[in-house]
Write a protein that binds this ligand. Structure first.
Ligand code: GLN
Length: 461
């Protein structure tokens, strides 16, 4: 199995992988074989997985798709990587992404853009674009992603695969190169909800090395996310389920072909027994300004460690310490990362902190309250589009950061609230150009509702 995928990776032209080391992978595969002989194999033993290059790995370089970490080899594995290793999974290599996970199209990678396997003229989405493309192109059966404001869900949607961002705090951030720590959350990406459930079984749980990791007492006990999947499907397996459909997710700006595919999927859920309830999430439009204050603020702080001394790249020539810092950071970071450091530093400055950062934190709470009001007595889960359009053309928005930010409108609020959300494929765009570009349906649940989301998705799939 490992060889099969390594061969496919070697022959692929999507630029989804940044580092492969066949020898290392095959050694892990051999060890997995031995576990079968010993009788200690589990459900995932011997199954290959590839990791977004945000997760650090001992054997493979860990670059966050940045020149800053171009040659970095971590002395330890991320907790998630360790957990999958303990389950006997085989690492296939490291996946391309936006630099430090900042982006929506994977075009901010220092190592080049990734091509969408459905239509190689299209972006794969981002920031986990390499992960989504690798699954879609069958270069890996499973991958890790990270989602700060949509980076699992949106590339999953653009590449026609399934991905879930768990409740904030369920999956350890230890060894996940930090972007915005109060939002970053790792999760699985695969072809189906069932595969994601099997992967999530290994991912969740308290980790004392992550200061915001949730404990079992707080609700983060390990659980079997597949437990409801194999119920004999009744005629109407979702009878009684109330699906909230936020009116703000279907307004101006939503492309017609995306709306059609999403509405057709909602009709399918009605056939499965669910009822649709119109709800309102009135602060949706504020999620963009709020997120693009909070995420850069945290990023500017997290990225201050890349100074040419402690980690990674250092400029070859410099006059003095200040000059070394300046040149190292100007040469090591790409444009988008620099932009965010500048914005983040600005909103945290004395005098602007109250006007921007504190205001943003207050609205963040109101955004979370919107969801709680909906879950309180109106609906059990929320459904809508993942993104306003199908994947756009490579290059079409690469010089326009605001156009990229606007495309995050439906995924940011879930992240700001810390809620779990997933994306499942529900069709394709229309029109000659979009006929091969997938559409994703987003399913959002209340805290710790991952098993419910996966079960609902599974009934559709
Ligand atoms: N597109 C968003 C951003 O650029 C989200 C990225 C992410 O979730 N890592 O910040």
């Amino acid at each position: 199995l490992t060889r099969h995928y390594l061969d496919r990776i070697a022959a692929s032209q999507h630029n989804a992988f940044l580092h492969v080391d066949a020898e290392l992978s095959l050694a892990q595969a051999k060890a997995a074989d031995a576990r079968f002989a010993e009788g200690s194999a589990g459900a995932l033993t011997g199954i290959p997985i590839a990791h977004k290059d945000i997760f650090v790995t001992k054997g493979w370089r860990s670059t966050a798709a940045s020149k800053m970490l171009g040659n970095y080899v971590s002395p330890f594995d991320a907790t998630v990587v360790t957990k999958f290793g303990d389950a006997g999974m085989v690492t296939l290599g490291k996946l391309n992404c936006d630099e430090f996970a900042m982006g929506s199209a994977n075009e901010n990678s220092a190592f080049g853009a990734v091509k969408n396997p459905w239509d190689t003229l299209a972006v794969p989405g981002g920031s986990s674009g390499g992960s989504a493309a690798a699954i879609a192109a069958r270069l890996a059966p499973a991958a890790t992603g990270t989602d700060t404001g949509g980076s699992i869900r949106q590339p999953a949607a653009f590449c026609g695969i399934t991905g879930i961002k768990p409740t904030y705090g369920r999956v350890s951030r230890f060894g996940m190169i930090a972007f915005a720590s109060s939002l970053d959350q790792g999760g699985p990406m695969a072809r189906t909800a069932e595969d994601c459930a099997l992967l999530l079984n290994e991912m969740v749980g308290f980790d004392e090395r992550d200061s915001t990791s949730l404990t079992a007492e707080q609700g983060n006990a390990r659980e079997d996310f597949t437990r409801e999947l194999s119920k004999p499907p009744g005629q109407k397996p979702l009878l009684g389920l109330r699906i909230g459909v936020p009116k703000e997710y279907f307004g101006e700006g939503l492309a017609q072909d995306v709306e059609q595919a999403v509405r057709a999927a909602l009709d399918e859920f009605v056939k499965l027994g669910a009822t649709l309830v119109e709800i309102s999430l009135p602060k949706t439009s504020l999620s963009i300004p709020v997120y693009y204050i909070i995420a850069p603020a945290e990023a500017s702080s997290n990225l201050s460690r890349f100074d040419g001394v402690r980690y990674g790249y250092r400029t070859p020539e410099y006059k003095d310490l200040q000059d070394m810092y300046k040149k190292t950071r100007a040469e090591g970071f790409g444009k988008e990362v620099q932009r965010r450091i500048m914005v983040g530093t600005y909103v945290l400055c004395h005098g602007y902190y109250d006007a921007y950062y504190v205001q943003a934190q207050k609205i963040r709470r109101l955004i979370a309250d919107d969801f709680q009001a909906a879950f309180k007595d109106k609906c059990d889960v929320i459904m809508g589009p993942v993104a306003p359009t199908v994947a756009w053309d490579l290059g079409a928005k690469s010089d326009d950061p605001v156009a990229n930010y606007l495309a995050d409108i439906f995924t940011l609020s879930t992240s700001l609230a810390g809620l779990p959300g997933m994306s499942i494929p529900v069709g394709f765009g229309q029109g000659e150009k979009n006929a091969k570009r997938p559409v994703g349906l987003q399913i959002i649940g209340n805290y710790f509702a991952e098993a419910k989301l996966l079960n609902i998705a599974h009934q559709y799939q």
